[in-house]
Design a protein around this ligand. Structure first.
Ligand SMILES: *Cc1c(COP(=O)(O)O)cnc(C)c1O
Length: 514
């Protein structure tokens, strides 16, 4: 203290005004020191009654961390002159604030959200939600030992890969199957297995980037194969592939354009024609199908011949697809095709690095079992397929009911509610051109800030993700899952009550699921 005062005096020298200013500074400095000196010691805080209560609920080191954080925060504020109040050692605020920190520390970072975006396969929202059967299976197996690699009949080591193989073959029409971590891994593994050190022929119209770092040319480099591009961006003919085939050729590859469309003067070679060429010239054909759509979709989806089954019927040697896109299962990559190639791939060292765990296999098996019961069962019980096939009229009706029930109560809370017909997208790199008619609820307000409100929805225990457009918040009904309506109902109740404004429902504890 004295040292600092001395430093001030030494610096300023003469002039009355300057001296007065310096004195004020010194007083402020003294006051800061008084406040800082008033900060309690960590040891004393740990002994106080409220903090002792915290110690019953949380490990001592966590409580200490929380208090240290609070002390540092207080010190910073006092130093910066942002606050001028001493919290006594026995203040209740230490407990309250520390409890908040401790609760936040244990709050899961990965949480259920409500997808009200109308994008059925939203990559940012974790793609496909699992169906009931898969969830039940996970519940049964997650905390248990399993026969993951134990042959129960022979009492010997078994293979995790063979558990699901025959079921996958039955629903796809393939001869063999292998499951890896995701479709990117499936493509990489198969390129290596089928064409290491050799050329892979691919149309320039299919040199795609699926997002992030999955770009076909780079994937090929990593897999140790050489890319041989043929055709042009918009047009590729069978003769382009044929002329490129040489002694160097290891594979003909076809990649689904999952996230973009090429329109106009276009020509691509259908899988069937490519298979015919490959087999005539003794070259294998692989199709990166992507979506995992097993059966032929309705005609208006405009995707004839792209189902996994159709590709196998056409004779593709290998088809790779994602488990968590239109197939509606867990994240994984499924490789279906000729046993020769699949056996070869399974033996590569890299296959081990790409293998899946029991939870993935459990969810995948349950999903496959839904398909095994028939296409109609899959359209009903696979959540993404059911969301995509819901009749628009049914959604319009639901929207109308919501508006009739809630327009007046919400109005009293300062909100307007209406609905509108709109277009929902499939998303998730599956069917870029397809949109489906849908219904969206529209929340607007003259008194509340809609964008603040949108932020508050994302901060809830079960965040609700909608769309901001034209000054309103839109909640698309097509992507709601079972149980979501109840959560929105609770929200509307809060909004109807919260006449005094936003604050009240932001701070209110969100409702828990029953
Ligand atoms: C989605 C997709 C991929 C990547 O699949 P992931 O499961 O995300 O790794 C690769 N190829 C195509 C054609 C796709 O649609």
């Amino acid at each position: 203290m004295t040292q600092q005062k001395g430093a001030f005096e030494g610096r300023i020298g003469g002039g009355d005004g300057l001296e007065i200013q310096a004195e004020a500074e010194v007083r402020a400095e003294q006051e800061r020191h008084r406040l800082l000196a008033g900060l309690p010691q960590l040891g004393r805080l740990l002994e106080q009654e409220g903090i002792q209560r915290l110690l019953l609920d949380y490990p001592r080191s966590w409580v200490s961390d929380a208090l240290r954080g609070l002390l540092a925060d207080r010190r910073g504020r006092l130093k910066a002159g942002e606050e001028a109040e001493i919290w006594a050692v026995d203040s209740e605020r230490w407990e309250t604030k520390a409890r908040e920190k401790l609760e936040d520390r244990e709050r899961p970072r990965l949480v259920r959200v409500i997808n009200a975006t109308g994008v059925v396969l939203h990559t940012n929202l974790g793609r496909a939600p699992l169906g009931r059967l898969a969830c039940d299976r996970l519940q049964d197996l997650a905390g248990a030992y399993t026969n993951l690699e134990f042959d129960l009949q022979r009492r010997e080591r078994g293979s995790r890969q063979s558990l699901l193989e025959s079921a996958l073959c039955a629903v796809t029409g393939a001869e063999a199957a292998l499951v890896v971590n995701n479709n990117a891994a499936a493509v990489m593994l198969m390129l290596q297995a089928m064409s290491a050190g050799r050329e892979v022929i691919l149309s320039r119209g299919e040199l795609v980037e699926i997002g992030g770092s999955f770009r076909m040319p780079e994937v090929m480099e990593v897999a140790g194969v050489r890319l041989r591009e043929v055709g042009t961006t918009n047009r590729t003919h069978v003769r382009d592939y044929e002329q490129a085939i040489s002694a160097e050729t290891g594979l003909l590859l076809k990649v689904h354009r999952s996230n973009f469309v090429i329109e106009g003067f276009v020509k691509e070679v259908e899988a069937e024609a490519l298979v015919e060429l490959g087999h005539r010239r003794g070259v294998s054909v692989m199709v990166d199908q992507g979506s995992g759509m097993l059966m032929e979709p309705p005609a208006h989806w405009g995707e004839r011949g792209w189902s996994v089954r159709a590709l196998h019927r056409a004779g593709a040697d290998v088809v790779t697809w994602s488990g968590d896109k239109l197939f509606g299962g867990p994240q994984c990559g499924v490789i279906t095709g000729k046993a020769f190639w699949i056996k070869k791939a399974a033996k590569l060292p890299i296959a081990r690095a790409l293998r899946v765990d029991k939870l993935t296999l459990a969810a995948l098996e349950a999903t496959v079992q839904v398909y095994a019961r028939g296409d109609d069962v899959a359209w009903r019980d696979i959540p993404v397929l059911s969301a995509l096939s819901t009749d628009a009229e049914a959604l319009y009706e639901q929207a109308e009911l919501w508006v009739q029930r809630w327009r007046d109560p919400l109005k009293r809370g300062g909100w307007s509610l209406s609905w509108e017909k709109a277009e929902a997208r499939v998303g998730g790199g599956s069917l870029p051109a397809l949109t489906l008619p849908t219904a969206r609820l529209c929340l607007g307000s003259e008194v509340h800030s809609v964008s603040l409100f949108e932020g508050s929805l994302r901060a809830r225990t079960i965040p609700i993700i909608g769309l901001l457009d034209r000054g309103c918040l839109w909640l698309d009904l097509r992507t709601w899952l079972s149980g979501d309506a109840e959560v929105v109902l609770c929200l509307f109740e809060e909004m109807a009550e919260a006449r005094e404004g936003l604050q009240s429902h932001r701070e209110k504890r969100p409702h828990r699921e029953k």
